[in-house]
Design a protein around this ligand. Structure first.
Ligand SMILES: Cc1cc2nc3c(=O)[nH]c(=O)nc-3n(C[C@H](O)[C@H](O)[C@H](O)COP(=O)(O)O)c2cc1C
Length: 142
């Protein structure tokens, strides 16, 4: 059994709390389209595919309630792209998961969170270097 389904998480990029940029860790917040499978809360490595541009980008993904900041009401899908800082707002994108990196943690502060996130990105980059890239559909996913 593969670890992840052979279909991507499809979502639209929406505005988040706006903290990520200030932390030096910008994230695209995804609102999953109805019916798309969302993996359980954790930190993941994967590919972000943009049907609108044909681009496929290395990414580290946080799925969870951001417990460090006490946002505990809602599960967020947040994607940090390693190799683009393009503004993705309003775009429909695909997330192809490659590996689960760790559990989400409630850190004592921002410095601890940033150190862990940097290490996540380092590991994610190494995993993606050895992972096949997904193809991108030529038209946006309906
Ligand atoms: C690689 C990565 C790892 C993360 N790990 C955690 C974590 O373990 N605990 C946590 O509370 N938030 C974690 N987050 C989420 C951050 O709290 C979140 O991205 C930040 O608060 C910005 O949120 P915003 O984009 O909604 O402003 C992680 C985010 C990324 C990109």
């Amino acid at each position: 059994m593969p670890e992840f389904p052979p279909t991507p998480l499809v979502g639209t990029v929406v505005h988040g709390a706006g903290r990520g940029k200030g932390l030096g860790f910008p994230t695209a917040n995804l609102s999953p389209v109805p019916g798309t499978a969302v993996p359980p809360p954790a930190i993941y490595s994967g590919w972000l595919a943009r049907p609108a541009t044909g681009g496929v980008h290395r990414a580290t993904v946080s799925i969870g309630t951001n417990p460090t900041f006490g946002d505990c009401a809602e599960v967020h899908v947040e994607v940090h792209c390693h190799d683009t800082s393009d503004d993705l707002y309003g775009e429909r994108v695909e997330l192809w998961f490659v590996a689960r990196l760790r559990d989400t943690e409630k850190f004592a502060g921002v410095d601890e969170l940033l150190a862990a996130a940097r290490e996540d990105v380092r590991r994610s980059d190494a995993l993606l270097a050895a992972a096949p890239r997904p193809g991108v559909p030529s038209t946006p996913t309906p």
